[in-house]
Design a binder for this molecule. Structure first.
Ligand SMILES: [Zn+2]
Length: 82
């Protein structure tokens, strides 16, 4: 598991299209998305990680994800993982 802290890292992961983002957010349940999900937006990453310096949440990347081994009690995205 890797904490994603830089925009070029985020963009690189999206271009490669491999693995999953686990998105932590103080105000919402933790979600896991496939990295290509259209609900995972660069503007949200910029706001949450760069502008707000992860005060309200963070982005992690994992290569593999199983509902049997959640890391943060995350739940699968309804759009990309149902
Ligand atoms: Zn998704």
């Amino acid at each position: 598991m890797r904490l994603v802290k830089h925009l070029n890292d985020f963009q690189h992961i999206q271009r490669q299209g491999i693995g999953f983002f686990i998105i932590l957010d103080n105000a919402n349940p933790v979600k896991v998305h496939s990295v290509g999900c259209s609900w995972v937006k660069e503007e949200n990453f910029i706001r949450k990680v760069l502008t707000n310096k992860e005060k309200h949440g963070s982005y992690y990347w994992v290569q593999y994800w199983s509902e049997h081994y959640p890391s943060f009690k995350e739940t699968p995205c309804r759009k990309c993982m149902s």
